[in-house]
Design a protein around this ligand. Structure first.
Ligand code: MN
Length: 261
């Protein structure tokens, strides 16, 4: 038996299962909206090339138009000033896109405070309870925010003071950059908190993580199906040459504690 045989056997028997962590990608998928004077990316649109018509009687296909950072996507180091000479999305080694999941659940806190921030104390308490973060882990901030991901107004949650969505503090981002994780995974539109444009430095998760050759993975859903530890996350962005990020499919392989079904 190889390790692959063991995995396929577990998937076949129900001892493990695949969870799709990817939000549907459509023209209504929420996209980050920066305030003026900053420029924004475009949402997804499909441009028909043919649809079983005179332009292609037996086939249907489209051109796609989208920003690199639309929907569930990976942030590459080259996205940020601190990582601009680092990996673009095509040069991230695939081995670093696949790693163990560690899930920190702050759904209850976020329900009472959409501006919740992950602090070093939270991370240190997690390590005390669960052991050191494994090398190459995807650290998942579970917030319940994906419940809004089909409603852009609720998902972006913007008022006169800007967006209000959970994230990580300046000190928390610095802590993560010094940890052995491969990246930081969130349910929200980006890896920084809604209010993080006003932090010092601005957008500390981007600043710290991308500057440390770590990656972002955004707009996940179904993270409530992940155990605290023990799942494997596979993030698969397109290898856009020179790209600063890419829409991605993200899966988890989750052990089923109930065993064979
Ligand atoms: Mn991004």
């Amino acid at each position: 038996m190889t390790a692959i045989d063991t995995l396929l056997g577990a998937l076949g028997s129900g001892e493990a299962r695949i969870v799709d962590l990817t939000a549907p990608l459509s023209p209504t998928t929420p996209v980050l909206q920066l305030p003026a004077p900053f420029a924004n990316t475009i949402p997804l649109s499909l441009e028909k090339v043919s649809d079983f018509d005179e332009d292609g009687p037996f086939w249907s296909w489209n051109n796609i138009h989208t920003g690199e950072h639309t929907g569930t996507h990976v942030d590459a180091p080259s996205h940020w000033a601190t990582g601009r000479n680092g990996n673009s999305v095509d040069t991230i080694p695939p081995s670093r896109l696949i790693g163990p999941a560690v899930v920190l659940d702050y759904t209850t806190e976020v329900a009472g405070n959409p501006d919740f921030l992950l602090e070093p104390e939270h991370l240190e308490a997690f390590v005390a309870a669960n052991g050191p973060l494994p090398d190459g882990a995807w650290l998942v901030l579970r917030t319940g925010w994906s419940r809004y991901n089909r409603d852009a107004v609720a998902f972006l949650n913007t008022d006169e003071n800007g967006p209000h969505t959970p994230g990580v503090s300046v000190a928390g981002a610095k802590w993560l950059a010094g940890s052995p994780i491969t990246g930081f995974a969130v349910e929200t539109v980006g890896i920084d908190a809604g209010q993080a444009g006003g932090f010092e430095p601005p957008f500390p998760a981007h600043h710290q993580l991308l500057g440390a050759d770590k990656y972002g993975l955004t707009q996940l859903q179904n993270v409530d199906q992940l155990p605290v530890t023990g799942a494997l996350i596979i993030a698969a962005p397109l290898p856009i040459v020179g790209g600063t990020g890419s829409p991605a499919r993200a899966f988890a392989i989750v052990p089923d504690g109930d065993g064979p079904s």
